[in-house]
Write a protein that binds this ligand. Structure first.
Ligand code: ZN
Length: 168
């Protein structure tokens, strides 16, 4: 077992305190340190909630779901983040429509703190949500954050007016 306070890796499971820093493991959250957050672990979590998972050559996980948005997940240990990319088809803008879309994208970015919004070269909406790795992260943390990110996405596209431009 790993000490969540100091990172000491060999704390016996039945220990009353960490041999290294002396703090009680009962106070430590059972979770993974950022070093142990791997694409394989994340792929397993996504499978557990019904995603079909495919690993990209660049370490990205492409995940498809029947009812949830399709996502591309990357572990960015250099940034201390897991990034979740999701992509939304947009209607073809009419004359002068591109400016209105950009205004809505800017509004979305000013409202949202979990995600950044970007209108990509194909005119689709690319959204990136960020999960902080912190010092310790559990599977429930990751899946809970994913749900929150989607909830917040729906609120943000509605409040920013972006929902008017989304297909379907
Ligand atoms: Zn310790």
């Amino acid at each position: 077992m790993k000490c969540a306070h100091c990172g000491y890796a060999d704390v016996p499971a039945d220990a009353s305190s960490c041999p290294s820093c002396g703090r009680p493991p009962a106070l430590s959250r059972p979770g993974r340190s950022p070093a142990d957050v791997t694409p394989e672990w994340l792929a397993g979590l996504l499978k557990s909630i019904g995603y079909e998972v495919e690993s990209g050559s660049d370490g990205a996980i492409k995940a498809r779901h029947q009812t949830k948005p399709n996502i591309v997940v990357r572990v960015r240990k250099d940034l201390g983040l897991i990034t979740i990319g999701h992509f939304w088809g947009m209607k073809k803008p009419g004359f002068g429509g591109t400016g209105k879309i950009m205004e809505a994208v800017n509004r979305a970015n000013s409202i949202s703190w979990r995600s950044t919004f970007f209108s990509d070269k194909d005119g689709d909406l690319a959204v990136t949500s960020y999960i902080p790795l912190g010092t310790s992260i559990t599977g429930e943390d990751v899946l809970g954050f994913l749900d929150k990110a989607f909830e917040e996405f729906l609120v943000t596209v509605s409040a920013s007016g972006l929902s008017n431009f989304l297909r379907g």
